[in-house]
Design a protein around this ligand. Structure first.
Ligand code: FAD
Length: 440
């Protein structure tokens, strides 16, 4: 197969800096064996879903995960930290039916439960809050999104609450929003902390190598993976979960359209600054428009904001791009928290949302022993983890309604070639941001 030309890079800082697992030492590179039964490329939530299920199904197998950068510095550690149970509006709209969304809800709930159970049973200390999620609107124009979601939630039998006015203010500590939809099933996490924490408690038959990029995969009598340092490892099965880098391995072509988005954190608020947050518990909201600002009041009492979309074919952020994102982030922050205007951002980062044209994920068997998966939308933590889980079952010959569903649905459509792809993506993103107006 083709040689990987673009590798993941690390720019910006965020959740990983606040993780108590930041300095955990995984396996040193010299321990890497020449052969594994199962080799997983990529240690995001997709890689975690695959390795945790494989380790459970095959306790005697030798399993390895290799990750190009530090676990938690990837997009799985740079998202907004919502592990979402209900289908997201920015989600799979590529012809999915109500029953499909119901199945996603069931699968999301199960995968969140699985992670929660692992955290409880292993006692690993991670920033995981079962605090639910708000969809917040500041302008009546955006209530349409809440109304549409409410209809689906009612049809699905999912409980929700609507908060407005003073009650909403009491819950959030900001008067910026006029109406919110609250659902209790989503989880708010420090995504880098939870991901890294989960990788530290994998069973002993799993070896984890970070900062160890794979350069190419070759198919012969056995699959072989060549690392960037020249080491060649063979494996009976390989699963590629490279996120936006999946096309680099030649698994698919012209399917993914990585969109950059940016996150910023204040420092921890002090006593004086917390006066507006009396009785306010940690919370998180997505906006009443898909291109709006996501906001969190974190467990360690910081404000986090995420917004901005820009198309990026180079598969990297840069310090310049992150700096360019600051004005929009600051505006969103200052509008919502005018009393905290004096606060600078302590951490800033950019991450890549791995979009597809029809918002569908990819889950594919490339050859008899090579499998791959990647997400195609903005709410990918639960989805990508679930796909990893079911690829492990697929490889292990476990048939199920859930696996069949994912195999049917996880088919992204092809993008138009460049320059149409780039021009189209830029126009679409600019249009979405224009329409989001005050929700940014
Ligand atoms: C700013 C932002 C906010 C988001 N907010 C949310 C949210 O709140 N909730 C939600 O559900 N989703 C959110 N998402 C999306 C979510 O983060 C992703 O869908 C999810 O993390 C994808 O996981 P993954 O494992 O498929 O991919 P990744 O996290 O990208 O993992 C793939 C891994 O493969 C590694 N890799 C790539 N190439 C190689 C190589 N050559 N060798 C070895 N390793 C390699 C990468 O370094 C990476 O670690 C957000 C994304 C961004 C960018």
């Amino acid at each position: 197969m083709q040689e990987v030309k673009l590798f993941p890079t690390t720019t910006g800082q965020g959740w990983l800096e606040m993780s108590s697992h930041k300095d955990h030492a995984f396996n040193p590179p010299e321990e890497m064996r020449d052969h594994y039964d199962y080799l997983i490329i990529g240690a995001g939530y997709g890689g975690y879903g695959a390795v945790s299920r494989l380790a459970e199904l095959h306790p005697d197998a030798k399993i390895a995960v290799i990750e190009a950068i530090k676990i938690g510095n990837n997009d799985s550690g740079k998202n907004a930290g919502f592990i979402i149970d209900v289908p997201h509006d920015f989600g799979d709209t590529g012809g999915s039916t109500f029953d499909d969304n119901k199945m996603y809800y069931k699968l999301n709930t199960a995968i969140i439960g699985r992670m929660r159970d692992t955290i409880k049973s292993t006692g690993v200390n991670v920033d995981w809050q079962d605090s639910g999620k708000y969809v917040c609107c500041c302008h009546p124009r955006s209530y349409k999104m809440i109304n549409t979601e409410v209809k689906d939630l009612e049809k699905m039998g999912v409980d929700y609450k609507i908060y407005e006015g003073e009650e909403l203010h009491r819950r959030l500590g900001t008067r910026y929003y006029s109406k919110a939809l609250y659902t209790a099933g989503s989880t708010l996490v420090n995504p880098a902390d939870v991901l890294r924490g989960l990788f530290t408690v994998l069973p002993d038959n799993v070896e984890v190598f970070e900062e160890c990029p794979a350069r190419r995969i070759d198919e012969g009598s056995k699959l072989s993976v060549t690392m960037q340092n020249g080491k060649v490892v063979t494996a009976d099965y390989v699963i590629v979960t490279g996120g936006p880098f999946i096309e680099q391995f030649g698994i698919v072509k012209n399917v993914f359209c990585p969109v950059l988005s940016y996150g910023a954190f204040t420092r921890k608020l002090n006593k004086e600054e917390l006066k507006d947050f009396q009785g306010v518990k940690p919370w998180g909201c997505t906006a009443g428009h898909p291109a709006g600002t996501t906001v969190r009041f974190t467990t360690d009492q910081r404000i986090y904001v995420r917004n901005g979309f820009s198309f990026n074919s180079e598969l990297t952020t840069s310090h310049q791009r992150i700096r360019k994102a600051i004005p929009k982030l600051r505006k969103a922050f200052e509008n919502r928290f005018p009393n905290l205007r004096h606060l600078n951002f302590e951490f800033l980062y950019g991450g890549m949302i791995n979009m597809t044209l029809n918002f569908r994920p990819l889950m594919v068997q490339k050859s008899s022993n090579l499998f791959a998966s990647a997400c195609g939308e903005g709410a990918g933590v639960a989805k990508t983890c679930m796909m990893g889980h079911y690829i492990a079952e697929w490889i292990s010959g476990i048939e199920s309604e859930e696996l069949n569903f994912l195999r049917r649905i996880a088919k992204p459509c092809r993008l138009p070639p460049d320059p149409f792809r780039t021009v189209g993506a830029r126009i679409r993103l600019a249009w979405e941001e224009y329409n989001a107006k005050q929700e940014i």
